[in-house]
Design a protein. Structure first.
Length: 219
């Protein structure tokens, strides 16, 4: 008959074995949690984009280039851009990769239902020097002004824009048939871009916004 001492030893052995198993399980769980996690690849086919047009807007205090794209949602789920998980970058020519650009922005909200197409706008804010260079190439009279005179014209246009008295938008071709994207300045500026890309860090979507303005400028 087992003695009390033997029962105690057996119980201690079982308890020790269980503790070892418990420690092994806990160690495995900790390793699983802290191990490097491999992110899934980028899905570049969920949202497809086609270039539509590009215009320059000078009728607002902050001048900007607006690149428009037709986005197609090929998935069975609705998709939204809210600015929280999406990052837009400029695509560099020659396959040199992507570059973050603080002058680029997306709409504050954008919604595209499943299996539908919706136009998305990408905004590029123009700096003061870019505004001056654009007007110099577009209007010979502006180019002939002094630096102070050019600044006064730009300030006047901004003031009229605030008051709602100035509503010019330069499309790819204006009423006189001039193509702003083929002007010397814009041609140079647009050639520095080969499109854009939007990375959705949550959905792991890669939305490629291709360069289409160089082809449009040849038409």
């Amino acid at each position: 008959m087992p003695t009390l001492k033997n029962n105690i030893l057996i119980a201690a052995g079982l308890g020790g074995g269980f503790a070892v198993i418990l420690a092994a399980v806990a160690g495995t769980w900790v390793w699983y949690e802290v191990r490097p996690h491999k992110d899934p690849g980028w899905n570049s086919t969920a949202i497809k984009a086609t270039f539509k047009d590009v215009v320059i807007t000078t009728s607002t205090p902050n001048w900007k280039l607006t690149f428009s794209y037709i986005l197609e949602n090929t998935t069975n789920s609705d998709y939204s851009i809210d600015g929280a998980s999406q990052v837009i970058m400029a695509t560099l020519p020659g396959g040199k990769g992507f570059e973050p650009d603080e002058t680029l922005s997306l709409p504050s909200s954008f919604y595209i239902p499943a299996k539908q197409k919706v136009v998305l706008s990408v905004f590029h804010a123009l700096s003061s020097s870019e505004r001056r260079q654009f007007l110099s190439n577009w209007d010979p009279d502006f180019k002939g002004l002094s630096r102070q005179g050019q600044d006064q014209v730009i300030e006047l246009l901004q003031q009229k824009a605030k008051e709602g008295e100035y509503t010019d938008v330069f499309s790819e071709r204006d009423k006189d048939g001039r193509n702003f994207s083929s002007s010397s300045y814009m041609n140079l500026r647009l050639r520095e871009l080969d499109g854009f890309v939007v990375f959705d860090k949550t959905r792991r979507y890669k939305i490629v916004l291709p360069n289409g303005w160089l082809d449009a400028s040849k038409k």
